[in-house]
Design a protein around this ligand. Structure first.
Ligand SMILES: [Zn+2]
Length: 334
């Protein structure tokens, strides 16, 4: 098999991109199949079969690509509380795999609930193109990004080019529900000789683009704080991780950083090198009441308005990601 290094990355890149361009319909068709599986992990009584189906759908594609693929029974599952399996896949470079680095890609195949009554313009489980954009639950978070790794491997195979690194795939089906079972799985998989033992790098492929030309590169995560909060707010579903900070910004504009997570929240209000110079669109929630201009707005800006649509009561499962190099402080009240 040809090594991409032999023709130089530039030569490979143009062949790779034209291969991608000529397979757009195929990729969109597969994404539509994946989106059509309502793998809603927060409603396992009704959707466990769908989450399992999604894991098996992906397993079968990965196996067809020649990967060594297994569905690991979820270590936190019990007879009373069954949980979907975790997918492990290994794709070794054909030439000198032992000399190549090993990258482990993490992604998730479950989605948050979605109902057309939540304000979707089209059926959330029917991938729909509108003005050149694809709409569908999970199309970006995280089925699209996760599955694209398989199509990248496929493109290398079809172009007869060896993988520049060994790729390991770690996909779960419970991310939107606290990643049940992942802690136990990772603890075991990291033991000597196990799946994660020889991994050199991780790529968490569960992220956003800040605009059409700027990817979001998460450079550090530290700690999590979980809590549930009911907020009367806007008319549409908002992502707990991305938008919930903005909800907090409405109701708790001033005292919020003092009364909620001392130590965590103030750090999010500090300007960061990520926040500046982004071309992120402001979405439906309008301008910052404090007069920050648009270039200063990112998804972690806790003071953005959500607009004037108050009404529905929403339960938010909120995760606060602690920025690196900040010390968490214990909080006492909600
Ligand atoms: Zn996600």
């Amino acid at each position: 098999m040809e090594d991409s290094g032999k023709e130089g990355f530039g030569g490979f890149e143009s062949r790779f991109l034209s291969h991608v361009d000529s397979n757009v319909d195929l990729y969109i068709g597969r994404l539509a199949e994946a989106v059509a599986i309502p793998s809603i992990s927060s409603d396992l009584p009704n959707h466990l079969d769908d989450v399992v189906k999604m894991m098996k759908w992906t397993e079968s594609h990965a196996t067809k690509l020649g990967g060594d693929v297994t569905l690991l029974p979820n270590p936190a599952a019990t007879a009373e509380s069954p949980l979907p399996p975790i997918m492990l896949g290994t794709f070794l470079a054909s030439e000198r795999p032992a000399k190549k680095k090993t990258l482990c890609v993490y992604g998730h195949l479950d989605v948050q609930p979605a109902d057309i009554a939540d304000g979707w313009d089209s059926d959330p489980f029917v991938l729909t193109e509108k003005n050149g954009k694809l709409y569908g639950r999970g199309s970006t978070d995280d089925k699209g990004p996760a599955l694209s790794w398989l199509w990248i491997i496929e493109a290398h195979r079809e172009l007869g080019v060896d993988l520049p690194v060994n790729i390991k795939i770690l996909f779960e089906g419970m991310e939107e529900s606290g990643s049940a079972g992942m802690f136990e799985a990772i603890r075991d998989l990291a033991k000597p000789g196990e799946f994660l033992d020889d991994v050199d790098f991780f790529c968490i492929s569960d992220n956003y683009w800040l605009g059409k030309t700027k990817p979001c590169l998460t450079h550090g995560l530290r700690g999590m704080a979980y809590f549930q909060l009911s907020v009367r707010c806007c008319e549409q579903d908002l992502h707990s991780g991305v938008s919930f900070m903005q909800l907090l910004g409405i109701d708790l504009d001033l005292p919020f950083d003092l009364h909620f997570l001392p130590g965590a929240m103030p750090s999010l209000t500090q300007p960061s090198h990520v926040r500046n110079n982004t071309d992120i669109s402001t979405g439906p929630w309008g301008n910052c009441p404090r007069g920050h201009d648009r270039s200063d707005q990112t998804h972690v800006h806790p003071r953005r308005f959500v607009g004037k649509h108050f009404g529905r009561r929403r339960h938010g499962r909120c995760r606060c990601r602690h920025p690196p190099r900040r010390s968490p402080i214990r909080h006492n009240r909600f």
